[in-house]
Design a protein around this ligand. Sequence first.
Ligand code: SF4
Length: 131
Amino acid sequence: MRIRAHHLLCIQGFQGYGYSDVFIKHMATVIAQLHMNPEITLIDSLDEICEACPHNDGQRCTRYGESVVRMDHTVLEMIHASQGSSWQERDAIELTRARFETMEDVNRVCGTCQWREQCAFYMGIKRREEK
Ligand code: SF4
């Protein structure tokens, strides 16, 4: 399954919010498949999750443009992975948990995301740091 790198964070934080009902349902289905630990290929372009997104014009993300590609590149850099590399899903998830420990880390990718206050991954790190 092709997964854009920043979605490794989104899938850990997903709490049922998204761009449309169809998108939310599809994202929940993809996450359920990912829980079975399939092989994934990390990419910096439209992926399985983008498939059902209203901001996918078939070529690119029309909502975030190049900034979302930069988010993918930052995640790839932080987990020392290359674009197009293949992973077991669980290994990739564990790496992100190890490398995104502080608000400084997570804000490098999620600092301007509209969903961050509804994201279990982002808010989990925020609450841990506030203790
Ligand atoms: S907003 Fe852009 S990157 Fe996010 S799911 Fe939609 S098309 Fe993909």
